[in-house]
Design a protein around this ligand. Sequence first.
Ligand SMILES: [Zn+2]
Length: 425
Amino acid sequence: MYKYFQVVIVSLLIVSCKSTEEFTGFSYDPPDVTNTKDKVIQNQARRTIGVDSPKVWISNEFEGARMNDVYMYNDSTYEVFIAPENAPINNSPWYAFKIWSDTVRMAKIRLNYLDATHRYIPKLQSWVQPDSAWKQQMELPVQYDSATGTATFEVLLAPDPIIISGQSLRTSSDLLSNLNKREILGEPFVEINEVGQSKLGKPIWELKITEAKQNEKTPVLAIVSRQHPPEVTGYLASLLFLEELIADNELAREFRETFIVKAFPMLNPDGVDNGHWRHNAGGVDLNRDWENFNQPETKAVREALEPLKGSASQPLFYAIDFHSTNENIFYPINEEVKTSPDNLTQLWVERVLADNPEVEFNVEEFDTSSPIAKNWFYHTFGIDAVTYEVDDQISEEHLEQVSRSAAKSLMKLLLEKWEKTSLEN
Ligand SMILES: [Zn+2]
């Protein structure tokens, strides 16, 4: 008990100090988060469990699953137990499981988390034949019990399995099929390269987009996404950005003729495929490893971009790191910090807000001391960068609208700034 209180007091102190952390109601840094050497993780047993009679089946034997156990909570409720890969960890309890029944019936399911409280609204997905893919059909309303942190919902089961997950299921193999579906791959000006491998040997992909002439000085826009597995809305925003960057219109063409885009849209494939709440297979928060680079995923990006440090022909110009949280929020670098070019984020955010008056945004500036991606871009290249956080619960319509308009206003702004920079030099 005493030890427990100690932990609580320490975390309260850390939360209230908040010197370097990007604090929201849902995310805070647990103790030891900036120690990014390998930590022990607990792998979930992959299995299919049958309960009740007639039988209801629940399985985690698929990519992206997280389901640690299931049992009868009472006569009418099945309890699905969800545990993180390791602890301490942020309260982002991801879950995903397949469920079906020998007979057609309604079922009551209670989600119970180890040392966490319910966060993500259950999404029901079914297998859609023409696409041969799991497709989100609806959200399932829950009854939240604040005393236990559990959530209970009802769902219709049948012999055909459905998937219930915290966000729509977007695993590492989804990346390439998604890039194909969006016709991002296959364009002559898009290259895809494996720049490294995750701890479990999955490729870390870099997309390079450019139509610039080889011998011209070409600034670089860097994009990072999906360091944190459950942050699907931020990942989808990054894909919509890529779609706008490859679009067949005057703005995108001019942008590609002037800039190089280097995008790393799936930085934590192991965490995503193993249903992690936050960490990679090394049990580490990748977005605290941009100083020590102990993990192969962050190292891969460093090795891909660091050769551009001081480059006269391909200078880094701006960087975006996509995430999700419980609101739409931009975390710019403090306005007082001098970057080159300066205060791009502040100018961009102004335009994003003006273009999307019906969407709520917040902006919170931070210093550059924490070991996160944005600060590495600043410290290494002297450039401005942003942590771009998308609301976990953003509607599909707003996600599309904001992402596309933000990509367009960014291209315009970067072109204006680059023109100015080249005139000055
Ligand atoms: Zn994140």
